[in-house]
Design a protein around this ligand. Structure first.
Ligand code: LMR
Length: 390
């Protein structure tokens, strides 16, 4: 039976973890999968999370089931951060998911059940977006996300929205675009919100890096502007990066609508899909986030840790931008891009040479994880780029 299975390629991005681990060179540089690293190259547990985990260990008196929607205290505690302190809470309903991937999966599946036939997506995008869309059986349509100059191709998005058909949805990155780091400006979000309202294209917003761009409030600008203009939307949220909970898989799926019956129905469908896929999300990380958000001192500690991460990444970006040009590549746009990622226009051969000759690991798309660069390796990285692209 099993011999009939088609051979599947390993996930190209996740394979980099193993490849990097197997490289014995002390000078190797990991710019692959999207995890934050300190200037010392570590990905520590947030201090605020450690403190919350200590409380969980001391106080949690059961690990009994919670149900398919997970920890609703966690889901509700995030609402003011995601949607704004003044957001009408009766317009939103949510449930916990295993990471941002679980949330995107629910959003796409619920959209399909609601009658969405096609999903528009700017490319390049996080490779899993296309995989989830295809796995859910939705038609995927693409447009160009970024211009060669490293800014958002707003005209491409706007043309797609204007030409959309009934039943079309658009999947937008709320902030810190993965893989390009190229975000829409606030002025562009204003126009996107107006266009969505005008065309009726259904928005699905993936907010996986809130707080890693310009801050928790600023990074929610686009999402909030869209929700101020449209009657309905779906939101996929991840705490894997902004709480450093990667392997604990902490995410949430939200539906927004003024129609309370429609909201309840969206959650009922989400719960049914979750039940058949994972039954219930893992509890530990979400419970820790809930405790952080319930305690003002831990909340302040968490926000300060996020500030430090942003400042470090801004420093790395400034140093890369200061390299000006490497071969035909301008490094300047990297200084203004947001979040963990930027994409370098390198050939597949150059990416392979970087790995084999210099021990530098990056996605095959040319995406680099900015946080993988430190005082100790950034000059070597720039020199290696000059070697392959200069
Ligand atoms: C990434 O893009 O590196 C992360 O979101 C990890 C993942 O799941 O792909």
């Amino acid at each position: 039976m099993l011999e009939a299975l088609a051979v599947q390629p390993a996930d190209a991005l996740l394979s980099l973890i193993k490849l990097h681990n197997a490289d014995p060179r002390a000078t190797k540089i990991d710019l692959g999968v999207g995890v934050y690293r300190t200037a010392g190259g570590e990905t520590p547990v947030f201090k605020a999370i450690k403190a919350a985990e200590a409380r969980l260990l001391a106080d949690q008196d059961t690990k009994s089931y919670l149900g398919p929607d997970g920890d609703m205290g966690f889901v509700n505690a995030l609402i003011p951060y995601v949607f704004g302190a003044d957001f009408d809470a009766t317009r939103v309903a949510g449930m916990q998911t295993p990471g941002g991937t679980g949330a995107v999966r629910l959003a796409i599946e619920v959209a399909k059940r609601a009658g969405v036939g096609r999903v528009w997506m700017g490319t390049p995008s996080w490779p899993n977006h296309a995989q989830i869309d295809t796995a859910a059986g939705l038609e995927l349509k693409t447009f160009v996300h970024a211009t060669p100059a490293g800014t958002a191709d707003f005209d491409a998005l706007s043309a797609v929205l204007k030409a959309a058909q009934p039943g079309d949805a658009v999947l937008l990155h709320g902030c810190c675009h993965n893989p390009t780091g190229v975000d829409y400006t606030p002025a562009q979000w204003d126009q996107i919100a107006a266009l969505l309202a005008e065309t009726g294209v259904f928005p699905i917003i993936d907010l996986a890096y809130q707080g890693l761009g310009d801050g928790m409030e600023a990074d929610a600008y686009g999402l909030r502007m869209v929700l101020a203009h449209v009657p309905e939307a779906l939101v996929a949220y991840s705490c894997d990066k902004n709480f450093g909970l990667y392997r604990d898989r902490v995410g949430a799926f939200y539906a927004v609508s003024a129609d309370s019956a429609a909201l309840a129905n969206a959650m009922g469908n989400g719960a049914a899909i979750a039940r058949a896929a994972w039954s219930m999300p893992p509890d530990h990380g979400a419970a820790a986030v809930r405790l952080v958000l319930a305690d003002p001192a831990l909340t302040a500690l968490w926000l300060a840790e996020l500030d430090e991460m942003r400042a470090r990444m801004a420093g790395v970006r400034a140093r890369l931008a200061a390299a000006q040009t490497i071969g035909a590549m301008s490094m300047v746009p990297l200084g203004a891009q947001k979040g963990l990622f930027s994409m370098l226009p390198l050939s597949p051969e150059a990416i392979l040479t970087l790995r084999e000759r210099h021990g530098i690991y990056m996605a095959g798309s040319g995406r680099i994880n900015i946080a993988g660069l430190t005082d100790g390796n950034i000059e070597a990285f720039i020199a290696a780029l000059r070697d392959v692209a200069g």
